[in-house]
Design a protein around this ligand. Structure first.
Ligand SMILES: [Zn+2]
Length: 468
């Protein structure tokens, strides 16, 4: 034991001197023992370790890098049909650093083929020069390919020579490796966040579409107050806009201007492409223009939130959206009303409601104050919870789809019915809302969009990002 060899042992109990070289030798002996234990069962083994010069051999950065590499390695082995009993894997961290050993049943594969796979993994991994993926035979001996690896630092001589002669200072090597490992870890983390946020956006939109029955809206059983669209068209149009979701998050990650209003054209340039894709599959029918605007903003803002804080924070998310959409109602509905003549600007001129733009400019007030409270404490969403959530939103939302088609009196009556149904929730009351929409031929599409945003935000809030 290193501490026993220390001259201070027994005299100064508070001081424990660890001789790193000695502990590493001991760790290496232990590892050889592990390999021979696997070999004793008649199996060869595969190991993954890192080449870390100097001391310590592991720290949180190195350990995180190792875990990412191990995940890559496990997928790589499985993809190449190399059978490993994951439950028998030995992993840990000792004085020699992070390690992973797993028995391997070669099956029909020869050891030289498996060895070739291990080399391919190192060769194709972006930081494979820092990694040792080895195959150990039935006696526990590491199989060598006999090929000389070139030193990743000087790129001139065989790595084994540089190491034997201590050609490079360990500190110099560590300063070269650590930033690369850190960037790799960050990229892995970002990829996972991007993927998850895009998944949540898709889930939110599809969940809203599939919710059945809904008042006035297209659902699984009918087309509500719409003659020109149906359920399949919503699936087609969602599939058409979905490929842009990840890109929006990435744009949010990358955006580093101080002035967030400059983000709006960035988001719009993608949003317009989504609208074109939507029009292509629907034959120019506007199924999802509203949700394209709101979800694009949400994905971008969530990405920006993670790049600023490394985590999701609701207040920060709302503030980012407010800043991106600062004065958007004035700029786009008031000042441009005479030239644009959109339904939104007409409704705003006539009734003072700003629709999706006003909701965004307020930092999603309806979503956070009325939609989300309905989902608080819910572990898994279901139809009843979602209908209540929809009613809470619809009872407060000045839905421009209804205003444009039918005017303020019908909107007020509709909001009132939604509120009554929310307070006394039963089938009879809910079907009264559905019947009212049918009779008046109205469709609360704006509220449906806000329901989808609520589901998205709820999913993001309910994720344990620490583990990502
Ligand atoms: Zn070298």
């Amino acid at each position: 034991m290193a501490s026993h060899d220390s001259p201070l042992h027994g005299h100064h109990p508070k001081t424990i001197l660890i001789d790193p070289l000695n502990s590493i030798l001991e760790a290496r002996e232990n590892r050889a023992l592990l390999k021979s234990m696997i070999a004793a069962n008649g199996l060869c083994s595969i190991s993954l370790t890192l080449n870390i010069p100097g001391y310590p051999k592991s720290n949180p950065l190195i350990n995180n890098f190792f875990r990412n590499c191990l995940q890559d390695f496990n997928y790589f082995l499985k993809a190449n049909l190399i059978v490993i009993p994951e439950q028998d894997a030995l992993r840990g961290c000792d004085a020699a650093g992070d390690y992973y050993f797993v028995p391997c049943n070669p099956g029909n594969l020869s050891l030289s083929i498996i060895k070739q796979y291990c080399e391919d993994f190192e060769k194709n991994h972006p930081l494979g020069r820092f990694i040792d993926a080895d195959l150990n035979d039935w006696e526990g001996n590491t199989i060598s390919s006999g090929k000389l690896k070139i030193c990743f630092f000087c790129l001139e001589r065989p790595a084994i020579d540089c190491r034997r002669e201590n050609a490079h200072e360990p500190e110099e090597l560590r300063a070269f490796m650590f930033p690369k490992m850190e960037a790799y870890n960050r990229k892995q983390g970002e990829d996972e966040i991007v993927r998850l946020l895009a998944t949540y956006a898709s889930k939110a939109i599809l969940t809203e579409i599939a919710l059945t029955p809904k008042p006035g809206l297209v659902d699984k059983f009918g087309n509500g107050s719409h003659r020109d669209m149906d359920f399949q068209m919503f699936l087609d149009s969602t599939s058409a806009i979905l490929p842009w979701f990840e890109r929006l998050v990435v744009k949010g990650f990358e955006f580093d201007e101080g002035d967030l209003t400059l983000a709006l054209p960035v988001i719009r340039s993608i949003g317009l492409r989504m609208e074109t894709a939507m029009n292509d599959v629907t034959g120019n029918i506007n199924t999802q223009k509203g949700i394209v605007f709101l979800m694009s903003l949400s994905l971008f803002a969530a990405g920006q939130c993670f790049s600023r804080n490394g985590k999701f924070d609701s207040e920060d998310f709302r503030e980012i959206i407010r800043c991106i959409c600062k004065d958007i109602v004035k700029k786009e509905l008031v000042d441009s009303a005479t030239t644009l003549k959109s339904n939104g600007s007409k409704v705003h001129l006539q009734y003072g409601f700003g629709g999706a733009r006003a909701e965004a400019e307020s930092g999603f007030t309806t979503v956070f104050n009325f939609g989300l409270p309905q989902l608080t404490g819910i572990e898994a969403i279901n139809d009843e919870v979602l209908i209540k959530c929809f009613l809470a939103i619809a009872s407060r939302n000045g839905d421009t789809n209804i205003l444009h088609r039918s005017g303020p009196e019908i909107l007020a009556k509709f909001q009132d019915l939604c509120n009554t149904t929310l307070l006394d929730f039963n089938d009879k009351n809910y079907y009264a809302v559905i019947d009212y929409c049918k009779t008046c031929n109205i469709s609360p599409g704006g509220s449906a969009d806000l329901l989808a945003i609520t589901i998205f935000v709820w999913s993001v809030i309910n994720t344990n990002w620490e583990n990502k």
